[in-house]
Ligand binder design. Structure first.
Ligand code: PEP
Ligand code: MG
Length: 873
């Protein structure tokens, strides 16, 4: 029959058109036949005739194929001693159409005892009833399609009863009794001849397909032999992942059960202990499947009488990013995939998973686990549960005072604006209303917290019931919310594993990604040697922003900085600057060394004063003590120091005496920084280490401001010494040899963006400080916006958070500045260094706008690199 097609390992129809007539499952089986895998053989009754089997003669048409099955599985159809049984798969062309798969055809009065001889009576009769159940489902469908109501009701009742028996744990006697009762529903021959049974089954399925009003030729029927993992002593069944789905290690992960039919849900023995012969077969299957699909897969197998059969394979939803990375790298090393495939294979945000803590699986072994829910913000969080914002804040304060664990999880049906302050100090939020775009999830993502929505959770007073598990106020829970796959809650305090790029495959991956980030590149925002070193390992091609004031946040240094800002005369100021300079030389030296010849953009001081002044009594006390210890301030009263601090407080510090404005008033501050940069640079050059400093002036408002700071100015009776002349003086002092450097500016005020044409006369590079540029363009305080942002989100006033996603007006300012800047200086180099730099959508804008790089925090570097590479492809 030209419409029946046989397939087996390495054997498939030559005519490619057969594929199109085989339905989806048939197609998949045929595709598999061309891979060298121990698949079960089969034949497909194609879609041209599947719905027209009225005159089909099973024995005649299928005989030659059955013969081949018999040879392969070493059983005979209709053989009372060792009967071959068949499976019927209905294979429609549309993924949305579902039909049951029917099993165990060939079980008759003659063959049942023989089958039971291999598998025992209980299992044997269970399978007889299972076959009957499947067949009755087809009959039910026919009754429905023919609108035979009475029959439909009877069948429905019988199927219900059968289902109950099949799902229960009835013994052989009960199963036999049920069989005796239900067989009456079918004609006698159904259980007296295996051929007649198959013939009837196929014809009824065919009728159902015809009645089901599918267009002609929409479904095929596939027949395959059955195999059993409980068929004698060398039989087993099991399932495994082609490699470890957490670590990505190339080791099968799964289990098997000896002498069990099909054990997908029963955890058995470790698959790696199945015996070397079988393990070799399974490993070969794993490799072939993984190479074909180019990803980790889940595989179900059966071993029947020493023969391994691949029963099913499918994709895995719950694997880690590390596992994905390792798989891709492995496929690439073995030349199965190319670099492009490797780069497209991971979503940039997925890398967060490697760069943030994850739950240590070992620590949750004995914990109760609740899975499922909606991922609001991915990550792992541990903490004590509190059910109100006030309760959590109170507990947080107490924990801080008493030196206890300050990790908390806010658990509420939903959160609102007034709960933001609790989310801010919590490690995560567990809620029951809404989903990914609910307030709790949105705010959690903004604050980098974990959020999980469990719709079935019920909160009453100080307890919550989640999946029958009760959690009380103060109880520890652990939330594990992956980017993909099912989230989990563990009842207890798990340990989290800090991210370790080593061994995760990330560094090898980045090495390849780097090849695609040559034109547009990624720099890092780093202000210490440690971050600089790490960023280089992550592939950063320079430092785009070194915030020099951050170098003084350290508790030992901050008081020296405070000493500087409260100085009321040049001599005191210079005294403090001398101490600060020593620290800076040391830091710059470490950073230059780490960057080894890559560009290092050093931003001169931009210190909003409120960030440095003592914030509370304890800090003030600490500062007073420091000042008291300085000989030259012996006479300074505490009152005077407090007064000076108070007088520095500004009403609007973000728009106050910060950025380059401090240098307009006190040129000696930037002068000190230039000296520190060059002293470090010259010293390294003597060690033959290449140094490329880029000196950057912050918060420039107009060209004159920059011109003054860079080139200085002489006015009657006074001189403002520019940075170039300080640099020149140092060059002479160091022997006169040129040390290349650049001077540029940040563009972070709308006025600067608009006057970029003039500013570019004095700047060799622009770096867009999009935090301030957003703040000053929209007039939205970057530090206060979060508290009222949810209202803006709720009413769709802004498209996302403008401090993450570049606002369209800010984008226009950047485009304008680039255009105007390039007109003045065609070689102008341009990048962005605000927090926006790591977001793939912003990166795409920056590339289109003609920028040269983005600069972002160290743990975002790999994410930005991957985003750039994907955009370059
Ligand atoms: C900016 O404003 O975008 C910027 C990078 O500078 P800072 O965040 O230090 O103000
Ligand atoms: Mg800024």
């Amino acid at each position: 029959n030209k419409n029946i097609h046989y397939f087996s390992r390495n054997i498939r129809p030559k005519n490619e058109q057969v594929m199109e007539k085989s339905g989806l499952r048939g197609k998949q089986a045929l595709e598999f036949a061309s891979l060298d895998l121990p698949i079960l053989p089969g034949f497909i009754i194609d879609a041209e005739i599947a719905a027209h089997l009225e005159d089909f003669d099973f024995k005649k048409e299928a005989g030659i194929h059955l013969k081949k099955f018999e040879d392969v599985v070493k059983k005979r159809f209709d053989d009372p001693d060792n009967p071959l049984l068949l499976k019927i798969v209905i294979s429609p062309n549309l993924a949305i159409v579902h039909y049951p798969t029917l099993h165990n055809f060939g079980l008759t009065d003659d063959t049942i005892p023989g089958f039971c001889g291999f598998v025992g009576e209980t299992f044997g009769y269970h399978e007889v009833l299972f076959m009957l159940h499947g067949f009755l489902e087809i009959e039910l469908k026919i009754a429905e399609l023919e609108k035979k109501e009475k029959q439909r009701q009877e069948l429905n009742r019988a199927i219900g009863e059968l289902k109950k028996i099949l799902e229960g744990d009835a013994g052989a006697k009960e199963l036999k009794a049920a069989f005796a009762k239900f067989r009456g529903l079918l004609p006698r021959e159904f259980f007296t001849s295996a051929f007649s049974q198959m013939q009837t089954a196929l014809q009824r399925i065919s009728l159902m397909l015809k009645l089901d009003d599918l267009d002609d030729e929409d479904a095929a029927i596939m027949v395959q032999p059955m195999v059993y993992g409980n068929y004698g002593k060398d039989s087993s069944s099991g399932s495994f992942y082609t490699r470890d789905i957490v670590s990505g290690e190339d080791l099968l992960q799964g289990w098997y059960n000896q002498n069990e039919f099909d054990t997908i849900d029963i955890e058995g023995k470790d698959i790696n202990e199945i015996g070397s012969g079988f393990l070799k077969d399974l490993k070969k299957i794993a490799k072939t499947v993984e190479d074909h699909f180019k990803e980790i897969r889940f595989i179900r197998f059966t071993i029947e009488n020493k023969q391994v059969w691949l029963i099913e394979q499918r994709p895995v939803m719950t694997k880690s990013t590390q596992a994905d990375l390792k798989t891709l790298l492995d496929l690439h090393n073995r030349r199965i995939v190319d670099q492009e495939y490797l780069i497209k294979g991971i979503k940039p945000a997925q890398l967060n998973e490697i760069l943030h803590p994850v739950v240590d699986i070992k620590s949750i072994k004995d914990f109760e686990e609740i899975s499922g829910g909606i991922s609001g913000a991915p990550g792992a969080a541990v903490g004590r549960v509190y059910f109100t914002t006030e309760g959590l804040l109170e507990a947080y304060k107490t924990a801080q005072l008493e030196g206890m664990d300050t990790k908390f999880i806010l658990c509420m049906p939903a959160t609102f604006a007034e709960d933001v302050k609790a989310i801010e100090v919590a490690t995560g939020v567990l809620s029951s209303e809404g989903g990914y775009s609910a307030h709790a999830s949105v705010v959690a993502r903004q604050y980098g917290k974990v959020s999980l929505v469990k719709p079935e959770m019920r909160i009453t007073g100080k307890k919550a019931v989640i999946d029958k598990v009760t959690v009380k106020e103060g109880d520890y829970i652990t939330m594990n919310v992956p980017h993909y796959g099912d989230p989990q809650i563990f009842i207890g305090k798990a340990s989290l594993i800090e991210p370790s790029p080593e061994g995760s495959g990330l560094l090898e991956y980045i090495d390849i990604v780097k090849n695609f980030t040559k034109d547009f590149h990624v720099r890092v925002n780093a202000d210490n040697p440690h971050d600089a070193e790490l960023a280089v390992r992550f592939g950063a091609q320079g430092i785009g922003l070194c915030r020099t004031e951050h170098m003084f946040f350290d508790e030992k240094r901050i008081n020296v900085f405070r000493e500087l800002i409260i100085s009321d005369n040049t001599s005191d100021r210079e005294g403090a600057l001398k101490k600060l300079k020593k620290m800076q030389v040391q830091d710059f030296s470490g950073i230059f060394r780490a960057m080894d010849g890559k560009e290092v953009t050093i931003r001169l001081l931009d210190a909003p004063l409120h960030e440095f002044l003592p914030h509370n009594d304890a800090e003030m006390g600490y500062f007073l003590e420091y000042i008291k210890g300085q000989k030259k301030y012996q006479d300074l009263s505490q009152k005077e120091i407090r007064y000076r601090c108070d007088s520095l407080r500004e009403f609007n510090p973000m728009l106050g005496h910060r950025g380059c404005r401090i240098a307009v008033s006190y040129p000696e501050i930037y002068r000190m920084q230039i000296e520190a940069i060059f002293e470090a640079a010259y010293a390294l050059r003597d060690e033959k280490i290449k140094v490329l400093p880029e000196i950057m002036i912050p918060l420039i408002m107009n060209a004159d401001e920059l011109k003054l700071i860079v080139y200085g100015k002489k006015i009657e009776g006074d001189t403002y010494e520019g940075l170039t002349s300080v640099a020149e003086a140092i060059r002479k002092e160091k022997g006169g040899k040129e040390l290349p450097y650049k001077i540029g500016t940040m563009i972070e005020l709308p006025a600067a963006a608009l006057s970029a044409g003039e500013i570019a006369r004095y700047a060799e590079f622009f770096s867009f400080g999009t935090n301030d540029l957003t703040q000053t363009s929209l007039g939205l305080s970057r530090d206060d916006f979060n508290s009222f942002m949810p209202d803006y989100t709720q009413f769709d006033i802004l498209n996302g958070n403008p401090f993450q996603q570049l606002d369209k007006n800010v984008k226009e300012l950047i485009q304008t500045a680039v255009r105007r800047g390039l007109m003045t200086r065609p070689g102008l180099s341009k990048g962005i260094c605000g927090e926006h730099g790591a977001v793939p959508e912003n990166i795409s804008f920056c590339m289109e706008a003609g920028l040269d790089y983005v600069s972002c925090s160290v743990y975002s570097v790999p994410i930005a690199m991957l985003a750039v590479a994907q955009l370059e492809l």
